[in-house]
Ligand binder design. Structure first.
Ligand SMILES: [Zn+2]
Length: 475
């Protein structure tokens, strides 16, 4: 006797998909197999006509974070208690946020503070990347092996400041000397580096030049945070990774230049991975000119139609392993507060829409297979970030984390389809298929448009990366 059976949906597994039953005992999947009406369970859910995929994994979120674009105000993004409600409705069952370590803070303290902030406040499961920024004293890097051993094996760095200097702005950039030093430790101890890669000199010079020339309007951002900057910084980072043996994951790849740099590295069998954002795949720099166009902005910047084509090619075949949001949830007023190249509010609001948008734009419009859809929304992020096989796969023994998509829902999204903040950049978007039920560790947390769990249900999930991921491109 099982606790729950999801019956007859099109179940997507690494071994193919079929109209199977998923039997759940407690928090785990007990078996996946041919439909058997004799199976007994506390509850049986008929999923016929629906698609059942692994619960989404959002690898890139900044909740309860300082909004650095407006340094004279003490603004914060929305916290896990609000934003993870949207994740749950959108079929995302695990997210990764960041513990920022700046000079004056050490790694264990940064992790402990974020863990305390999330405990009892997140609806879905979670973990944190350790973000290292600024002129950190070298002794801090001795704490890396312990953090990896405690279940935090991913370290985020910025190769550039995304904004011009400001006395009240924390430095984010880690110099290439320290990046090299961190890579050596990650390669030795089973860690992976997540990189926000831009060329610091090119971007900062572009700010200076554009301000000097009076071209301050935010619509110029794609010419400040350029394709060339992505090309130079991706290749520079890959050269350091190749020299140290470290595995690298490029966050928010935005341009064809980045996709090609990653493809070349993978052709050399280097363990290099790329993430893109559904915003980058669906919007381009022309959209900055729309009435609420800065809604779509995140740093580095929206690029051009040819870049979007490259992102889709990478998502459909190989080269882009994961989709993320760079979630940075604010009110519409805060999101639209800046209008200049040096004060636009970055980040996106779209973790809730990620699964539905990639389903519509990838599977329905571009012929992405359901197996590939599961990879780029869940499985690959789980493998790269060390959550697999507990998360990211529908298989016996894994956590019963499921997203049920109804492919028959065809409509134009409105504000009422969303549960976070007072707007969504996806209002007005046509979708064909949308998540309708979410299961996390065996509990049906969203069903029939209602939330059935409370903030605090989410758990901190310890992570460990499979050595295969760290040795060669394997996701
Ligand atoms: Zn980010």
């Amino acid at each position: 006797m099982f606790d729950l059976v999801i019956r007859g949906g099109q179940v997507v597994t690494p071994h193919g998909s079929g109209n199977w039953d998923i039997a759940i005992a407690g928090e785990k999947i007990a078996l996946v197999g041919a439909s058997d009406s004799a199976t007994e369970a506390g509850r049986i859910i008929d999923a016929s006509g629906k698609i059942v995929v692994p619960g989404g994994i959002e690898p890139h979120a900044h909740l309860a974070s300082v909004i650095g674009m407006h340094p004279d105000e003490r603004l914060m993004t929305l916290g896990p208690e609000e934003d993870t409600v949207g994740m749950a409705f959108g079929g995302t069952t695990t997210h990764l946020d960041f513990c920022f370590v700046h000079p004056g803070l050490d790694i264990p303290t940064a992790i402990a503070r974020r863990a305390a902030r999330w405990k009892e406040h997140s609806l879905v499961d979670y973990s944190f990347h350790v973000a290292l920024g600024g002129a950190l004293p070298l002794g801090v890097f001795d704490q890396i092996p312990d953090a990896i051993a405690q279940g935090f094996p991913t370290f985020k760095v910025f190769t550039a400041e995304t904004l011009p200097p400001h006395p009240r702005r924390h430095p984010f950039r880690l110099d290439y000397g320290r990046i090299h030093w961190v890579m050596e430790r990650l390669a030795r101890h089973g860690g992976l580096m997540a990189v926000h890669a831009e060329d610091h000199d090119l971007v900062q010079f572009n700010y200076e030049r554009f301000l000097h020339e009076g071209r301050t309007a935010g619509v110029h951002l794609a010419h400040v945070h350029t394709k060339l900057s992505e090309q130079v910084s991706f290749n520079h980072t890959i050269a350091l990774a190749a020299a140290t043996g470290a595995a690298v994951y490029f966050v928010h790849t935005s341009a064809r230049d980045g996709v090609e740099a990653v493809a070349q590295a993978r052709a050399r069998r280097l363990p290099v991975y790329a993430e893109t954002l559904h915003h980058y795949a669906c919007f381009n720099a022309e959209d900055y000119r729309a009435p609420r166009g800065f809604c779509y902005h995140t740093y580095p910047s929206l690029k051009f139609p040819d870049d979007q084509a490259a992102l889709w090619e990478g998502l459909l075949s190989d080269g882009i392993s994961a989709t993320a949001t760079d979630e940075f949830p604010t009110s519409l007023e805060v999101k639209l507060r800046g209008d200049r190249i040096d004060n636009l509010t970055g980040g996106n609001l779209g973790a809730e829409a990620r699964m539905g948008i990639i389903y519509t734009e990838g599977v329905v419009k571009r012929g992405m297979s359901l197996g590939r859809f599961a990879e780029v929304t869940s499985t690959n992020a789980a493998r790269i970030m060390g959550l697999y096989p507990r998360k990211g796969v529908i298989a016996a023994g894994s956590d019963a984390d499921l997203c049920v998509i109804d492919p028959a829902i065809h409509k134009r999204l409105t504000r009422e389809d969303f549960h976070v903040s007072d707007y969504s950049p996806w209002e007005g978007w046509e979708i064909r298929g949308w998540p309708v039920m979410t299961v996390l560790r065996g509990q049906v947390i969203v069903e029939g448009g209602r939330l059935n769990a409370e903030a605090g249900y989410g758990q901190l999930i310890p992570r460990k990366i499979d050595p295969v991921i760290l040795r060669r491109p394997a996701a």
